[in-house]
Design a protein around this ligand. Sequence first.
Ligand code: NAD
Length: 729
Amino acid sequence: MAEFHYEVDADGVAIITWDVPGKSMNVMSLEGFGELDAHVDTALGDAGVKGIVITSGKKDFAGGMDLNVLAGMRQGEDPARAIFDGIMNIHRILRKIERAGMDPKTLKGSKPVAAALPGTAAGIGLEIPLACHRIFAADNPKARLGLPEIMVGIFPGAGGTTRLVRKLGAMAAAPFLLEGKLQEPKKLKAAGIIDEIVPPEELLQRAKDWVLSAKDADIVKPWDQKGYKMPGGAPYHPAGFMTFVGANAMVNGKTMGVYPAAHALLSAVYEGALVPFDTALRIEARWFTNILMNPSSSAMIRSLFLNKEALEKGAVRPNQPDQSVRKVGILGAGMMGAGIAYVSANAGIEVILIDANQEAAEKGKAHSESLLDKGVSRKKVTAEKKAEVLARITATTDYAALSGCDLIVEAVFEDPKVKADVTARAEAAVAEDCIFATNTSTLPISELAKASTRSDQFIGIHFFSPVDKMMLVEIIRGKQSGDRAVAKALDFVRQIRKTPIVVNDARFFYANRCIIPYINEGVRMVKEGVRPGLVENAAKLVGMPVGPLQLVDETSIDLGVKIAKATRAAMGDAYPDAAVDEVLFWMADQGRLGRKAKAGFYTYDDTGRREALWQGLLDKYKPGDQPELTEVQHRLLFAQVLEAVRALEDGVLTDIREGDVGAILGWGFAPWSGGPFSWLDMIGAARAVELCEGLEARHGARFSAPQLLRDMAEKGEGFYTRFAPAQAA
Ligand code: NAD
């Protein structure tokens, strides 16, 4: 079935309409490129055609390239060659649009090509317009335009990098290429990326009018004209020199050198800026090939795009009828309950927000108001929308208001007795088929379910803080949770546009189970006399967004103490973290409870801004000989990944895709790696076991390689080859 349609109107303008059948959003496939190529040939070869408008049959222009196609290009005996040739073919097609039959000597004889974008245009959806001579965008507040490739570990590789830099200069292009943000049309117009914003109903006509009136000079790109100079200066121009040196430092500062795509992008820009346009495209293609061949990129695409989307679309959803939530009851309007109320109301769900007294319930609702106010002041939320969302939230102490709720989410104090009490009260107020979820972070779901008269309808829905920002939701299946409860939780998470993973019930579930050893390893090193600065920097230089000591400060040291005490009580003599506790308890005794106390492993100013690592640590835990950076990094990484492997061995995780996606979204596990299982696959099970043996000999049994990893090392298997062969790199 055709993805692009071709017609010529009465005025001789060829309209090429992108409209992929059966999809709500256009995404580019290899077939699509073939069709676009053929239609452009037809238009250029037809003397009756005066010019071309490329537009969309849908409300948006395009969401980007089908990343499955990119992943699939890495095939055959010489995958690098296959990718490079594929990319060069795309360059050829887009360059043909850009030159549009122009005589290279006289710069005459070409046909004008306009892009008419009704809505969102991302990735290749903006790279195609960038090859056209004029870009029209509809005045559509929902439209988002930009080049988001960097977010999944690649960069714009269909000429977008080279064209944007030549159009705007390296400095002005940098935020679009390096941050990958999607923005409203008017921001792109202000930046000079698109040319005109027009009323939606006039979009096509205005583009056609321009095509019919364009002069030769209008349809020659600046870089195809003699004497072209890059705005802001090429690298050896004094201004350009400043830009490139600055950009290089900025990128390394932000990425800590672990994201190969940012490096490759800068290299493509720098090297491309020194040569003519067509050579720059070849350079871009070479760097793009380099990036697609890099295991980090394929792992990032796999976890952050393909599998994240698959989980959001219900890859692990039991086969059950639609369980969309209409009315949710939230018990406890504290930090978590208030956040859950906000995301639910924002998604159009009616919310009953209950607390022990009216004041606390109102305070919980006020959290939504303050988030909405922030949105209004940033012009992201209208006053009507704010009123609508707030009107959906009823703050009350009256359990009778829960009548009609089809889901309850409990977020009261972390105390089994309090939880049991509210569970019974809520169940008495709702219909038989209502699903009951608890947001507990540490208590076993199967135990809490005992307070329910319908334990098959009882489940864990574990949010992360702050709820409005954190994208992961961990759904915990208790021993008796039924499929409908799982489906309900998944449908709820889909409604509030977050990413779910489903795990089984065990101490700390999945994310907290892995993050606690990371924190503990950092604290343990401080105790051993490793400089706190080395611990924090080692974490960042391996791509962890937040060092372990900063993380304790953020989550608070008293919480750490509380968890340590509870874990020690549960484990008895087998408890392995006494050394860690010594530091935490000492910090707590000093009143250094973390950010909230404006004193913790770090010092803070009066406004609560983090200043520096607290020098008192060095007085107490005198630094001795310092370990190598990689030793510290291996300790921090293996503390997490071995726990992830054990979670898989124990059956807490049932799907490595969830393990990888959940790690990145839940606790920020080095995103460049694609997640703990992808990282282990990158270094290989044999090397991982070897590293574990060294770590175990030097630091203790917590680094002992799990049997599963040893088994895989023996058989030469990887996690993806063993558990998800279709996705093995
Ligand atoms: P919180 O102390 O901020 O809020 C708890 C709220 O429950 C308070 O407003 C309190 O008044 C209310 N409450 C207590 N008893 C009640 C009762 N009998 N009836 C009605 N309301 C009652 O705590 P929080 O941080 O929002 O945590 C709530 C739950 O979420 C806990 O189970 C916690 O383990 C879990 N959790 C917390 C986080 C986090 O980062 N804070 C993350 C995930 C899960």
